[in-house]
Design a protein around this ligand. Structure first.
Ligand code: URA
Length: 252
């Protein structure tokens, strides 16, 4: 998907602003948003968590109950699974920018309908325009379609290595991944189903981490004063193991 919309231009026009200032502007726009009817059914819009210059952007669907109560994305069971898997792979959540393509909790935690994703799109575009992500992890089909413009089951996108979002001429690879809530639901189908899903989840996270760790060849608009530093990633073949959301060991 290629972004050429007004939000990109407006973030680009803040060229001299620090990431902190742009981040404050995006947060303020999200928290004051009442563009669609989801706003009246939630406690408040949930903005992002993490720095815009993080090497890895992680986008989910919409806040759930815990996120609505706490005002941050991925805080409940899905967030715990995400955090633990990242740590098991040698990558802390603090080195991610974590957000959702829809910022308000849908009633009953329903999958947000397309008009709600469309209403929230200016926030997503501002995040993509301002972010300096080297890779983006799309968790679940709603995030995937908002980021790529393509629709379909996540499983069809998982093998694809051609997914990209182009922002201001800069291409950012997108890694498709099952949503953590899908992995958690797999537990009811037995240990084998859960382990298979967990392996795919971890392998997609590993791929996103590798892409986020790669050296940037061309990055003309990057401000050296606010560049991330000390990044370390995974090398091909690194062995990892971890614990799942309930603390049980899991082979990744
Ligand atoms: N599910 C999501 O997609 N996002 C969250 O923040 C929490 C659960």
């Amino acid at each position: 998907m290629d972004l050429t919309l007004d939000s990109v231009a407006s973030v680009a026009s803040t060229g001299k602003s620090s990431f902190g200032e742009v981040s404050d502007q995006i947060r303020a726009a999200v928290t004051s948003c009442a563009a669609c009817s989801l706003r009246s059914g939630c406690r408040a819009p949930v903005p992002f968590d993490g720095p815009l210059d993080a090497p890895l952007g992680v986008f989910g669907e919409a806040p759930g109950g815990v996120e609505d109560a706490e005002g941050l994305p991925f805080q409940g069971p899905s967030g715990l699974l995400l955090n633990r898997t990242l740590v098991a792979l040698g990558w802390a959540r603090s080195r991610c920018y974590v957000s959702n393509v829809v910022k308000c909790r849908p009633p009953g935690n329903e999958k947000p309908k397309r008009p709600f994703v469309a209403s929230c799109r200016p926030h997503l575009e501002a995040e993509l325009a301002a972010g300096r992500f080297r890779a983006i992890l799309a968790l679940g089909s709603t995030a995937l379609s908002a980021l790529t413009g393509e629709h379909g089951a996540v499983s069809a996108f998982i093998p694809r290595e051609d997914l990209r979002v182009t922002v201001g001429g800069r291409e950012v690879p997108i890694v498709a991944c099952y949503h953590p809530s899908y992995i958690l639901r797999k537990r009811s189908e037995g240990a084998d189903a859960y382990e298979v899903a967990m392996r795919v989840f971890a392998s997609q996270l590993r791929r996103a981490i590798r892409l986020a760790s790669e050296d940037v060849v061309e990055h003309p608009e990057r401000d050296p004063e606010v560049s991330p530093e000390g990044e370390q990633g995974l090398a091909q073949g690194d062995e990892v193991s971890g614990r799942d959301v309930e603390g049980d060991p899991v082979a990744l």
